[in-house]
Design a protein around this ligand. Structure first.
Ligand code: CP
Length: 332
């Protein structure tokens, strides 16, 4: 990473998100969204959750709308859940295969967007490795188009943040008395950052960011969090533990990064180490996991783990976001 994160994020990113009526038009970041809106989104998502042995929730809220998934970085969970969420709301869905798209022939991202806009795509879901791409697109699209950030470099993954908040709320209720510990490669993680800003907005009691020095965040990026380098100290009496993978694709020089065994010994979250946390603590991971590196496989499969619930909640959260931005487009 070069410049501090805050210096690389477009200044207008947060303010682009609401339309003139104060409604969510684009979802680019959780920063700048207030508590009532976050709570409304979580409540809406709850409404889309059904028991595992029931059929998934469906509606026709997006009937006639077209959602385009544009993933310029790999994804399993986010892409599949946006696809399913849009289909379960009755939308037409276009999953652009970027590897066989005309981007490979030198077409600019804006020309790709304008092409899809002309085909009447209403909502474009964008994942990109570069900071500022979702906001850049949002600044250039027509009034009838909404942009949803599905993962932006190392700075923002707002729907992941929302699904993490929903998962915590469903297990723990209020955020005010909670100690949340996020463990691992905080510095290169968009997941940690979105979760942190969402937790801050919802009034979390304490937020600990635990990592080796090479993976610690900029001191002034999330000033409301406690930065800790010792895992045992960070886990002590925590209510929620979120393990993160090492984001190798975003680390320019891997020379100082420990190997899997060394990393697990110091920063791997295991059943043994979970004894330091509260007895009813939950364990989260955004996926994809590297078992035996940042998390013990047996812990990921244990009763304390809510990792598959996070995945299920992700579809519901994306339905809630799609429904809400579609409503904002309806006014025009
Ligand atoms: N958590 C997450 O963003 O996973 P994917 O990369 O599989 O979408």
């Amino acid at each position: 990473m070069n410049a501090a994160k805050a210096d690389r994020i477009p200044e207008d990113e947060a303010s682009l998100q609401l339309n003139d009526h104060g409604e969510l038009r684009h979802l680019l970041t959780l920063e700048g969204l207030d508590m009532p809106l976050l709570v409304d989104l979580l409540d809406d998502a709850e409404g889309f959750l059904t028991p595992e042995d029931n059929l998934p929730a469906r509606s026709d809220a997006l009937a006639g709308r077209t959602v385009a998934n544009l993933f310029f970085e790999p994804s399993t969970r986010t892409r599949a859940s946006f696809d399913l969420a849009a289909k379960r709301l009755g939308a037409d869905v276009l999953n652009l295969d970027v590897n066989t798209s005309s981007r490979k022939k030198g077409e600019s991202i804006l020309d790709t967007i304008y092409t899809l806009e002309a085909m009447r795509c209403d909502i474009m879901v964008v994942r990109d490795a570069s900071v500022g791409v979702p906001a850049y697109i949002a600044r250039h699209v027509k009034d009838h188009v909404s942009i949803l950030n599905a993962g932006e470099s190392d700075v923002s993954h707002p729907t992941q943040g929302l699904l993490d908040l929903l998962t915590i709320r469903r297990h723990k209720g209020s955020f005010a008395d909670l100690t949340v510990a996020i463990v691992g490669d905080i510095r290169h993680s968009r997941v940690a950052r979105s979760a942190a800003f969402g937790l801050q907005t919802l009034g979390v009691g304490a937020l600990r960011l635990i990592s080796p020095a090479a993976m610690a965040p900029d001191a002034d990026d999330m000033p409301f969090a406690n930065i800790i380098d010792n895992l045992d100290d960070g886990l002590a009496d925590a209510d929620v533990i979120m393990a993160l993978r090492i984001q190798r694709e975003r680390i320019p020089n891997l020379d100082g990064i420990p190997g899997p065994d060394e990393y697990f010994a110091s920063y791997g979250v295991s059943r043994n180490r979970m004894r330091l946390a509260k007895p009813d603590a939950i364990v989260m991971h955004p996926g994809p996991m590297n078992r035996g590196v940042e998390i013990e496989g047996a812990l990921a499969d244990s009763a304390q783990s809510v990792i598959t619930e996070q995945v299920a909640n992700g579809v519901a959260v994306r339905m809630a976001v799609l429904e809400r931005v579609a409503k904002s487009l309806e006014r025009r």
